[in-house]
Ligand binder design. Structure first.
Ligand SMILES: NC(=O)C1=CN([C@@H]2O[C@H](COP(=O)(O)OP(=O)(O)OC[C@H]3O[C@@H](n4cnc5c(N)ncnc54)[C@H](O)[C@@H]3O)[C@@H](O)[C@H]2O)[C@@H](O)CC1
Ligand SMILES: [K+]
Length: 501
């Protein structure tokens, strides 16, 4: 699913109005109707609803929603925040219609007009929408502060008032902090950026049948991976396939005290469809690995405690023996392990997966970055990505850094977190839709490395592997969270819940 910018969203509305065709006021009615259907589905009991409206089309939405809620016998009070002398045409139209059916319309011109909001009430925020062009101030700001202090459930219509759709807010900007954001048709970039969490809440999209051809043709570099899109990436298995068809992966993982990471990555790799798996671990990992993961072959490292690359069987692994390599989980930063990377990386020709301490070794030895095979997948969490690049001031700067990095080195970066971002060498960014806070626990990153290594070994293109792998990893986390809640989740549960259908 595409994420469009604010100008494109405006043009999309216009294109719908022209091509459907539909009058703007009727499009607003459609949006309001879909909002009210959503609302009535979730909020059955008739708690008092306070609807705060601005003077533009977001306010117009609020007024239309108020009328439709009234028709369904919800008790409503409308508060129009009079911050400017002019209203939009569709606001005025809906204002006239609402006045015909209720007297519960109030006007906020100064702080004393702001009502007390109680805990059993519901607040709809329709003050400012995607038309935001400057920080909130004056009576708008004071009203937002009152909403944020209130103990009520707050639902933002389209986007929280004061939050920019696709550019950074300044620290200190006053923005509504909703429990829910209910928006239309397409996600907004603001919704998937970590720092915006308090200004978005749980968000939902309502289909209001905006012009499909416009969306299909609109250029963008931002995407949001939906289940049906992820499913399309999955390769079907041929009845006549054999284990050779699905590749032979090598995992270079583990060190003394972190053999668990090796085991998690290996198990996840096997559960993600790899044909054959060899795992190179320091000698101390040989017995646990062979015992717990009998499906994997083991190349014991010559070194007892850390990876040096060499093995009792032969010298450093020959990359041509393997479809791909997964490098990093649990390896630590021993000099022997750095030496292994220095020898191995220049020998590689096919994309690999790089995670954890392998990333940290790269950030301490940046001259090695150029040896990463094109289209390799790097899976840093934000701190690791910061070490690879530099500190950023806001999430938008982070997205620029991501794009700069992937273009410069020709790699794919999976920046882990809520809505993990897959950045491609072309500069596109795919935000993931699955996953939950339960995944913030030790070992889930090792699981992801195993998954991605398996997909590369099976011949998936790197971007597809990253998008599908991250999606499936998050989905497994969601399955576990539904069963036992996010708090009790451990990485092994995620492996057990992996499903490739
Ligand atoms: N155009 C359409 O067809 C549709 C629009 N919809 C609604 O329309 C909204 C966008 O409407 P508008 O473009 O009228 O914009 P808004 O309603 O977001 O804002 C109204 C006006 O307020 C002013 N403004 C900007 N920043 C301000 C600030 N900090 N303090 C005070 N005033 C400020 C601007 O002049 C802006 O045009 C969407 O968010 C959505 O809710 C929906 O009805 C769906 C259909
Ligand atoms: K709003």
């Amino acid at each position: 699913m595409k994420i469009l910018n604010v100008d494109q969203i405006r043009s999309l509305d216009q294109s719908t109005i022209q091509h459907e065709p539909i009058a703007p006021i009727n499009l607003m009615e459609r949006a309001a109707l879909s909002f009210v259907d959503w609302f009535a589905d979730r909020f059955k009991s008739k708690h008092p609803i306070k609807i705060f409206c601005g003077l533009g089309n977001n306010g117009g939405d609020g007024l239309a929603i108020a009328r439709l809620l009234l028709e369904r016998t919800y008790p409503i009070d409308v508060y129009v925040v009079r911050y400017a002398p002019r209203e939009s045409d569709d606001f005025m139209h809906n204002h006239r219609r609402l006045k015909l059916v209720t007297e519960n319309i109030h006007y906020i011109e100064s702080a004393t007009d702001i009502p007390t909001i109680r805990h059993n009430e519901i607040v709809l925020d329709a003050i400012l929408g995607s038309g935001l062009s400057r920080p909130t101030e004056g009576i708008v700001k004071t009203t937002i502060e009152a909403i944020n202090r209130a103990p009520a459930t707050v639902i933002a219509v389209d986007i929280a008032s004061g939050l920019y759709t696709d550019q950074p807010n300044k620290p200190g900007d006053v923005i509504v902090e909703p429990d829910y954001t209910v928006s239309f048709q397409l996600p907004k970039l603001a919704f998937v950026l970590p720092k915006n969490g308090p200004f978005v809440g749980e968000w939902h999209l309502l289909d209001i049948q905006l012009h499909k051809r416009f969306i299909d043709q609109a250029p963008t570099s931002y995407y949001y991976t939906q289940p049906k899109e992820a499913r399309l990436l999955l390769h079907k298995r041929d009845r006549f396939s054999n284990k050779g068809t699905f590749g032979h992966a090598l995992l270079l993982v583990g060190s003394y005290g972190k053999i668990g990471a090796a085991i998690l990555a290996a198990r996840a790799c096997l559960r993600s469809g790899v044909g054959l798996l060899t795992v190179q671990v320091p000698q101390c990992g040989y017995i646990p690995l062979q015992t717990i993961v009998p499906e994997a072959m083991c190349r014991p490292d010559r070194n007892e405690h850390v990876l040096s690359g060499t093995s009792q069987l032969d010298d450093v692994p020959d990359p041509t023996d393997y479809s791909t390599i997964g490098l990093g989980p649990g390896i630590g930063k021993a000099p022997e392990t750095l030496a292994m990377m220095k020898t191995l990386l220049p020998m590689l020709k096919k994309p690999i997966v790089v995670d954890a301490d392998a990333l940290n070794l790269l950030s301490e030895n940046r001259e090695l970055l150029v040896y990463l095979p094109k289209n390799s997948i790097l899976t840093p969490h934000p701190k690791e990505f910061e070490r690879l690049t530099k500190k950023w001031d806001n999430d938008y700067e982070k997205l620029d850094l991501l794009r700069e990095f992937t273009r410069k080195y020709g790699v794919v970066v999976v920046l882990k977190g809520a809505y993990s971002a897959v950045a491609t060498p072309e500069g596109d960014i795919h935000f993931n839709s699955t996953g939950n806070p339960g995944l913030s626990t030790g070992g889930t990153g090792d699981v992801l490395t195993g998954i991605l290594t398996a997909l590369l070994a099976q011949g998936y293109d790197s971007v597809e592997a990253a998008v599908l792998g991250v999606f499936t990893h998050g989905l497994a986390g969601d399955v576990v969270a539904r069963k036992r809640g996010p708090i009790g989740m451990v990485a092994s549960d995620v492996i057990d819940a992996l499903s490739w259908e």
